[in-house]
Design a protein around this ligand. Structure first.
Ligand code: FAD
Length: 419
């Protein structure tokens, strides 16, 4: 049996399978994962799951019955150790082999490890899998003083959860502001204040240089500035690394992820990659990028699945991210890197605002705090390449929803065009 084989049973892998099936692929579909559980939601791991508001059973993305209905075979707890492109065969850890006609590499990313003295001590934790989540949840209950290394999404969400549990939390961030790579300075400042109000001590422009322990267990964190912090738990959230080693060893072009075209296809016909592990040219970034988000993994996986079923639709989704911290919902539409103008809409004081970003007059990204309506509009406008002027965006009385009519008009006009 060969057919379509997908490595990785998370958002990208599952949506590749569903995309292919949905577009009429009738051959066998097999998804192989090295995890023991059925596909599950990762975002709650740093949020509701840590707070015990949801349990493991609530994380399940799709159950056995669903995959049976879709005629997708799930091979759990099976690590792929080698991809042989010439023989079109995978090697699994236990020695078994699996043939394929088409392959999707959806191996995701892993947490970057910290390389400092003491990194191996008990109590230095990472958060990527449900197993990590279970481990961290148990440690959080016992911990009194927690140091979080990294002021990105995962670090800040864990900080928020730990603060809600009444723990003493310190966040160490090397950059001069939080979420430096993804959010605007206004949002960074706002979140800094929110964490301070919750009692979290955020140290910017600071790094952890060593961790020392007592009886093999984390006890003290040493900072570059010379400061020392007591800690019985250290959570490291310093970004992700693409799991592209399998692809690279197979001879596929990899550069910060498996390099793919607009259909998720590598340079070898029939071999695809999608989601966190893939690097693609993104028209919204105007650059080659690797994205780590649920929306991207789902849409990118689907793109590959459609192409496999000969229903080619170039990947063109507006990048979207979200993060929940305390009672704040941060949502980001588009990519605001290299922007040269920003305007704010709404009220920062009331905690309901959006920051609109412009690159050479074009609206390229919108960050919102507790303003889902702005996100809905922004997403559609950015996708259609339509910009609000900065003055319109900043004017609370200007009805930005009305601007969506421009999209509807464009659709009607294109329908009326003689073909
Ligand atoms: P992954 O989810 O990384 O899945 C890849 C799978 O492949 C894994 O199960 C892996 O074990 C398996 N695999 C790898 N190598 C092999 C092999 N050799 N053999 C077999 N199987 C293999 N995104 C958001 O948009 N919003 C959020 O709020 C958000 N919160 C997050 C919170 C946490 C704690 C984490 C860790 C991530 C969060 N993300 C969030 C990011 C999001 O979860 C990822 O972008 C998404 O999971 C990527 O999906 P993927 O399918 O590409 O890869």
């Amino acid at each position: 049996m060969s057919g379509l084989v997908i490595i990785g049973a998370s958002y990208a892998g599952v949506h590749a399978g569903l995309g292919a099936r949905g577009a009429g692929y009738s051959g066998p579909v097999t998804i192989v994962t090295d995890e023991q559980s059925l596909p599950y939601e990762r975002p709650p791991l740093s949020k509701e799951f840590l707070l015990r508001e949801v349990g493991e059973q609530n994380l399940v993305l799709r159950d056995d019955a669903f995959f049976a209905r879709e005629k997708i075979d799930m091979l759990l707890d099976q690590r792929v150790t080698k991809v042989d492109l010439r023989a079109r065969q995978l090697a699994l850890q236990g020695g078994a082999r699996l043939n394929f006609d088409k392959l999707v590499i959806a191996t995701g990313s892993r947490a970057r490890r910290i390389a400092i003295p003491g990194a191996e001590l008990d109590g230095v934790s990472y958060l990527r899998t449900v197993a990590d989540g279970i481990n961290l949840r148990a440690r959080l209950v016992r911990a009194a003083e927690i140091v979080i290394v990294g002021g990105g999404f995962v670090g800040l969400e864990v900080a928020s959860s730990a603060a809600k549990l009444g723990k003493k939390v310190t966040v160490i961030e090397a950059a001069s502001r939080l979420l430096e790579r993804t959010a605007s300075p206004v949002v960074s400042r706002f979140l800094l204040d929110a964490h301070a109000q919750a009692g979290v001590d955020v140290r910017l422009g600071e790094t952890v240089v060593a961790i020392s322990g007592s009886a093999g267990q984390v006890a003290v964190v040493d900072l570059r500035s010379g400061g020392r912090l007591g800690a019985d738990l250290v959570v490291v959230g310093i970004g992700g690394i693409a799991n592209d080693e399998l692809a690279s060893a197979a001879g596929l072009n990899c550069s910060n992820g498996v390099v793919v075209d607009e259909h998720g296809c590598t340079e070898v016909p029939g071999i695809y990659a999608a989601g966190d592990c893939a690097n693609h040219y993104n028209r919204f970034a105007e650059d080659w990028i690797r994205l780590e988000s649920v929306q991207h993994a789902q849409d990118h996986g689907k793109t590959a699945g459609l192409a496999i079923a000969d229903s080619h639709q170039p990947y063109d989704s507006v990048p979207r991210f979200w993060s929940d911290q305390y009672d704040l919902k941060l949502q980001i539409a588009g990519l605001s890197g290299r922007c040269d103008q920003m305007v704010t809409r709404g009220s920062i004081e009331e905690g309901r605002f959006s920051v609109f970003h412009y690159r050479q007059g074009r609206m390229v990204g919108v960050d919102s705090i507790n303003k889902p309506g702005d996100q809905m509009v922004a997403r559609r406008l950015i996708a259609a390449g339509i910009s609000l002027t900065p003055a319109q965006a900043a004017d609370d009385l200007f009805d930005i929803k009305a601007s969506l009519k421009a999209i509807d008009r464009a659709v009607v006009q294109s329908r009326d065009m003689p073909s």
